[in-house]
Design a protein around this ligand. Structure first.
Ligand code: CA
Length: 525
């Protein structure tokens, strides 16, 4: 509420001033902008916050922590799957229109939606349509029918429509196919025997998915995170992109602001081809993970200039395909080792990765715990999805780790409780970067261009410019371990600085002096 009052006051002040400062001042009231450029926070509900003491995180726990997420500066949440499922991660769905009992009830979800919207947070949920659980009633019906067939009978869709919901065949196609027990039939299951692949070309399946979309849109969700879009039909980009386009158009007809971000875990040219779907976002896997450009530049293993090249290459490719795309950059997600592992538990590198991510165009995604430098261990998925470390003293709300996770994985950085009160913490670094991002709309929305008006002696520094709504912001990167001096081409003022290694950046005598490993935001005077 305070923010809204301040915004109204600022707008009023700007109107009174009535001069050319309106456009640059507009950045100061940016939190009033209501679009799909958001700072997303990815939550694995099981490991986030337990509201009732049974050791399992739940929807009410997420609701209890909304003020934390809003204060951090995020205004979007992605919930990993919440529908009934037999697995701890719930990526194999038993019922698409219900909430898993472990997480709560449909009413708890309604309350979460209402509380998100009261805070201007958009809520998107994982939608897993590549496959169902092998325990889903559709698959049970289909396989029961197949098992009932005599030796001289073949499948008849008019008798059991569910056999056309999946891919069944008598042909042995090898890997990615499993036998229906006790029959000559195989079914497609590219991820796991208990995750049979849906036949998304079947109009009856599409109709079912439309009903599922209806259910969630009517419950107030603001978007879907589309799981495994690369695998809808293996190797068939046109089909997969057109499937995204069909569902997005359907959802958008119900809610013009509907958002969709899809998982296409592939290189940038493949990602670009999925933008043919003209759906808003694809996760930018091209720059993510331990060996991606964000982490490499954050560790000082790739120059600022190379990083900027890579950001511009992605933007050129993606915008050529779909001019209205919204990039979805991230450092790591639930399928990857934690960012702090990729960055070798080095606090400066962890902060620099945050500074880079949160300077990028589009809607960045932060995986819960990344904002405190949470650690994972090895390649086991459960070890990438550990409990949120809220406090080292008070165990309230802290969840049990997934069953197969290693015990007592060491955390290098302190708990949320300790980091919140430490102005130099990773948490407060993220918070500052996110609030700057909310203040200066150009960071997310402006088209990125290299700016050669400001010169530097080394590739370890680079400058880009972004303009949005007649307001221009200059973003300077220094990936070197040492201070850097850049020569300015006019009068600039620093409006924000993210100094991962500490120190201070400043403008004086026609130079921008950058602290080691820093990102600086400037406006022309
Ligand atoms: Ca619980």
């Amino acid at each position: 509420m305070l923010k809204r009052v301040l915004s109204v006051f600022l707008i009023f002040t700007i109107l009174l001033c009535g001069c050319g400062r309106v456009s640059s001042e507009a950045g100061a009231v940016s939190e009033a902008v209501d679009d799909n450029y958001r700072n997303y926070y990815e939550i694995f509900v099981r490991s986030f916050y337990d509201s009732d003491g049974d050791g399992i995180g739940d929807l009410r726990g997420v609701t209890e922590k909304l003020d934390y997420i809003a204060d951090l500066g995020c205004n979007g949440i992605w919930l990993m799957p919440i529908c009934p499922s037999d697995t701890y991660h719930k990526y194999d769905v038993l019922d698409y229109c219900d909430i898993d009992d472990e997480y709560g009830s449909p009413e708890d979800f309604d309350e979460l939606v209402a509380e998100c919207h009261a805070r201007d947070i958009r809520l998107i949920i994982d939608l897993v349509i590549n496959h169902t659980s092998s325990g889903h009633p559709w698959f049970i019906e289909a396989t029961d029918y197949i098992k009932s067939l005599g030796d001289d009978e073949t499948m008849d869709v008019s008798v059991c429509p569910y056999v056309d919901y999946y891919h069944f065949t008598k042909e042995d196609k090898g890997a990615g196919w499993e036998k229906v027990a006790g029959t000559d039939y195989y079914y497609e299951c590219n991820f796991w025997s208990e995750m049979p692949d849906l036949n998304l070309a079947n109009p009856a399946v599409k109709e079912e998915i439309e009903h599922i979309a209806d259910y969630w849109i009517d419950k107030g969700v603001d978007g879907f995170r589309m799981d495994a879009a690369l695998h809808f039909e293996e190797g068939d980009t046109d089909f997969n992109a057109s499937t995204l386009a069909w569902l997005y158009d359907y959802c958008k007809a119900k809610n013009p602001d509907f958002y969709m971000v899809s998982e296409v875990w592939a290189d940038k040219s493949t990602i670009a081809s999925y933008y043919e779907s003209e759906t808003p976002s694809m996760f930018n896997f091209a720059l993510a993970d331990a060996e991606g450009d964000i982490c490499k530049a954050a560790r000082g293993k790739e120059s600022a200039s190379k990083l900027v090249d890579r950001m511009i290459e992605c933007d050129d490719l993606y915008s050529d395909t779909y001019v209205s795309y919204i990039d979805a950059p991230f450092i790591t997600n639930h399928d990857m080792g934690r960012a702090a592992n990729a960055l070798q538990s080095d606090e400066t590198s962890v902060k620099m990765a945050a500074a880079i991510l949160l300077s990028m165009s589009g809607s960045p995604f932060i995986y819960y715990g990344e904002e405190i430098g949470a650690k994972s261990k090895g390649k086991l998925d459960e070890n990438k999805r550990l409990h949120m470390n809220w406090s080292s003293k008070d165990m309230t709300g802290i969840t049990e780790d997934p069953q197969n996770a290693d015990q007592n994985i060491e955390q290098v950085f302190p708990s949320v409780e300790e980091q919140i009160i430490d102005s130099e913490s990773i948490f407060n670094f993220y918070r500052t970067a996110l609030h700057l991002r909310n203040q200066y709309q150009e960071i997310a929305r402006g088209e990125i261009q290299r700016y050669s008006g400001i010169t530097t002696d080394s590739d370890d520094q680079a400058v880009v410019v972004k303009t949005w709504n007649d307001s221009t912001l200059y973003i300077a990167y220094n990936t070197a371990d040492s201070e850097a001096k850049l020569t300015l081409d006019g009068k600039y003022e620093i409006v924000g600085q993210l100094n991962a290694a500490g120190g201070k950046s400043k403008v004086s005598g026609g130079k921008l002096k950058m602290a080691p490993r820093s990102v600086v935001y400037m406006k022309k005077k």
